[in-house]
Design a protein around this ligand. Structure first.
Ligand SMILES: [Zn+2]
Length: 362
C-alpha cells in the first residue's frame, strides 16, 4: 500500500487524483455528496469563538447514527461553560474524523488489490515453461514475480504518475466495440500499453533495464485487463463514483470488484491460488490459451455489462445482495484464473525459446 494515499478526504480534489480508478474519495469530483463528505462540509470553522459556538446545525450522518457529539439544539450557560462544551464536542468530532479516515484508508484499493495481483502471479508460475521462467528470473533478480506485479500501481501513485491511465480502458458501457481514438487517447490505455510492452520483452535491441520494466508492466496489466471494471466506463470513473453498500458498509463498485470480492473469497494469495488452481483443468487452459489482448479486453467489457452493472438494483446506492455477491465472486475467480493462465501464455510466447514461439497467435 502507498502511504501517500493516506490523505484527509477533504483535501482530495480531481487534480489530486493520480489514478482514475482509485479516486474514489475525490471530494470535488463526486456527483453526489457521500455521508463522509456531508459530514466534513459541515465542520465548524476554526477557531471557535467561546461565546458563540457554531455547531448547532451540524449533522453527523455516518456510521448509522446521527449527531453523536450532541450538536443539535441551543447551547446555553456562561461563556466558560459554553467554551468547555464546545471543546468537548470538538474533541468528539476529531475522534470521529480519525475513525472515518481509518475506514477510508482500509477501503481504498488500486486495480485488483495486492491480493488479486499476487494471486495471478503465483498461479502463473505454475504454467510457465522453464526457459521462460529462467529469463524472468534473470530479469527480476531477487525480486519475486508477485512483488514485481505490484510495482506498476506503486509508481502510478508516486514517481510515474503519467502511467496511471495505462491501467484501464474507458470503453463506454453502452457500447460493445473498441474505438481507440475515443477509448484510448494517445495510446495511453491498458490495451495499447500491454501490447507495446509485450513487444519489448523479446527485443534484443532493447536494454536489460527496458525489458525488466516491460516485464513488470506486463505482470500487472494482464491482471488489470481481466478486471471487468478496468475495461468500461459508465460515466462513473469505472465504477469509482458508483456508490454501493457492501457487507453493510458504504463503498463503491470499483473497490468491491478490485478488492472486496477477492478478500471475501480468500485474502491470502497463496491459499487463494491453491483453490483456483484446482479449477484450472487442461481443457480450460487450452480454451483460454488463445485470442488477443483486444479479445480479452472485450471479454472483460462484456462481463461489466452482463454482470457487474446488469445485476445492480436500480437504486441510488444499491446494496450488494447475496445473489449478486455469489454471481460476482464466481466471475472474479474465473477472471483471476484466466489472467494467470494467459499471463503465462504471453510470457512463454515472448520469453520462451524461439522455435516454440508463435507470435501470430496474438
Ligand atoms: Zn493497476
Amino acid at each position: 500500500m502507498v502511504s501517500a494515499r493516506f490523505r484527509p478526504a477533504f483535501q482530495l480534489t480531481q487534480a489530486g487524483c493520480l489514478h482514475h480508478k482509485s479516486c474514489k474519495f475525490s471530494h470535488t469530483a463526486r456527483p453526489n455528496e457521500r455521508p463522509m463528505d456531508r459530514f466534513l462540509n459541515r465542520l465548524p470553522e476554526w477557531p471557535i469563538s467561546p461565546a458563540k459556538p457554531s455547531f448547532e446545525n451540524l449533522e453527523v450522518p455516518i456510521l448509522g447514527f446521527e449527531n453523536p457529539c450532541g450538536y443539535a439544539g441551543q447551547v446555553t450557560g456562561s461563556a466558560n461553560e459554553r467554551f468547555a462544551l464546545g471543546f468537548r464536542r470538538l474533541h468528539c468530532v476529531l475522534v470521529l474524523i480519525f475513525v472515518a479516515l481509518a475506514s477510508v484508508e482500509a477501503r481504498t484499493g488500486f486495480a485488483w488489490g495486492p491480493e488479486g495481483h499476487k494471486t495471478v502471479a503465483i498461479l502463473a508460475v505454475r504454467y510457465l515453461r522453464p526457459d521462460a521462467l529462467a529469463q524472468i528470473r534473470e530479469l527480476l533478480g531477487s525480486e519475486s514475480m508477485q512483488e514485481a506485479s505490484l510495482w506498476a500501481d506503486d509508481v502510478a501513485h508516486s514517481s510515474r504518475t503519467e502511467t496511471a491511465p495505462w491501467h484501464y480502458i474507458d470503453i463506454p458501457l453502452s457500447d460493445s466495440r473498441i474505438n481507440l481514438n475515443r477509448d484510448c487517447p494517445q495510446g495511453r490505455c491498458v490495451l495499447v500499453k500491454t501490447e507495446e510492452f509485450l513487444a519489448v520483452l523479446p527485443n534484443p535491441r532493447t536494454t536489460r533495464e527496458s525489458r525488466r520494466e516491460a516485464l513488470k508492466f506486463v505482470l500487472h496489466f494482464i491482471a488489470d485487463l481481466h478486471q471487468p471494471l478496468h475495461c468500461e466506463d459508465n460515466h462513473d470513473r469505472g465504477g469509482n463514483a458508483q456508490d454501493v453498500v457492501f457487507q453493510n458498509h458504504p463503498d463503491n463498485l470499483h473497490w468491491v470488484w478490485d478488492t472486496g470480492l477477492v478478500q471475501e473469497i480468500d485474502p491470502e494469495p497463496h491459499r487463494l491460488a491453491a483453490v483456483l488452481a484446482r479449477e484450472i483443468t487442461d481443457s480450460r487452459r487450452a480454451a483460454w490459451d488463445q485470442g488477443s489482448i483486444r479479445d480479452w479486453v472485450l471479454e472483460s467489457h462484456r462481463l461489466a455489462q452482463t454482470v457487474a452493472y446488469a445485476h445492480l438494483r436500480l437504486a441510488e446506492t444499491p446494496a450488494i445482495d447475496r445473489a449478486y455477491d455469489q454471481h460476482a465472486k464466481a466471475v472474479v475467480k474465473l477472471q483471476l484464473e484466466k489472467a494467470s493462465v494467459r499471463l503465462a501464455y504471453v510470457l512463454n510466447m515472448r520469453l520462451g525459446s524461439l522455435e516454440v514461439r508463435n507470435p501470430s497467435s496474438y
